[in-house]
Ligand binder design. Structure first.
Ligand code: FAD
Length: 267
């Protein structure tokens, strides 16, 4: 069984700065890390490998600049078997459509995947579109907001989906299929020292646009292949709240709250 996990390298969102005019992330302003949802996807794949000693190979794939190779080494340290980096200056500026087309072209080129996992969304672009688009370009079934892999065999996968509003849905799909996972699907484990050291020496497969010849054209990738342009990013202004703190016994507290609500004409 071959499982592919799509991982995106994202900046540390606590520290990153945005170029608000150009509508891009200033990636040099913060350290990069694996998109947190993708850590859950990766752990879910590794859990399948460890479960019942199944013969499972876990490959991770990322599209990004050369330095995103670090993300693949990190994924190896966390239990993946192989890493594939899609990198080319011509892939730069991809919107979700061009990103998904490029990932799908590389998946077709490598072939032979039974199950593809991705995060429900990234924490930078945050569109939650790429996974479903990859599935559409590959013409395979997909399920999103998956919180549990109930059963995985050679022909099918059965998953639990967390619907908006909190109810659950169980879905069975024929393989190959793609699932987009929520944080509930797994508890990411820390890498061991041995795997970390090994990860520094593994061979990462690199795929450029030229390698995808016959699977996609230059017009379909990067800026050229992106119908969506982010024209501007605006950070919402912090709302100043006029909080009042009451340190009184409960009856006096209730009276104070009632007074404030009466004064504001709410009660
Ligand atoms: P999502 O769809 O949120 O990611 C879902 C999953 O797909 C991830 O968890 C991961 O498993 C997989 N995945 C996503 N990207 C990669 C990758 N590069 N390599 C491997 N796996 C991946 N683009 C638009 O088309 N429309 C927009 O409105 C838009 N708004 C943006 C706003 C901001 C602030 C920024 C920074 C970018 C925006 N983009 C937008 C560009 C978008 O972020 C990129 O196209 C990006 O490559 C994919 O979209 P996402 O981050 O939203 O991924």
């Amino acid at each position: 069984m071959n499982i592919l996990v799509l991982v995106k390298e994202v900046p540390d969102m606590e520290k990153v700065k945005f170029d608000q005019e150009k509508g891009v992330v200033d990636r040099s302003s913060a350290e990069a890390e694996i998109n947190p949802f993708d850590e859950n996807a990766l752990q879910a794949a590794v859990d399948q490998k460890e479960k019942e000693q199944k013969n499972v190979t876990v490959t991770v794939m990322t599209m990004g600049p050369q330095r995103a190779e670090k993300t693949l080494r990190d994924a190896y340290a966390r239990g993946a078997d192989k890493g594939v980096l899609l990198t080319d200056r011509k892939f730069g500026g991809s919107d979700t459509c061009a990103t998904a087309k490029t990932l799908a072209a590389a998946i077709r080129k490598i072939g032979n995947f039974d199950l593809i996992l991705c995060g429900e969304k990234s924490v930078d672009g945050d569109t939650a579109q790429v996974g479903a688009e990859v599935a559409e370009f590959l013409d395979i079934p997909h399920a999103y907001y998956v919180e549990e892999i109930r059963n995985l065999d050679h022909d099918s996968v059965q998953v639990t989906i967390e619907n908006i509003g909190g109810d659950r849905q169980v879905r069975t799909m024929k393989l190959p299929a793609l699932i987009g996972v929520t944080k509930n699907i797994s508890r990411p484990k820390l890498p061991t020292v041995n795997r970390k050291l090994e990860s520094l020496t593994i061979q990462v497969e690199t795929i450029t646009l030229q390698d995808l010849n016959g699977f996609m054209s230059e017009e379909e990738c990067g800026f050229k292949g992106s119908p969506t342009k982010v024209s501007k990013i605006e950070i919402p202004k912090e709302v100043k709240k006029n909080n009042q703190v009451f340190r009184e016994d409960f009856t006096a507290f209730l009276q104070s709250v009632t007074d404030v609500l009466t004064e504001k004409g709410i009660v």
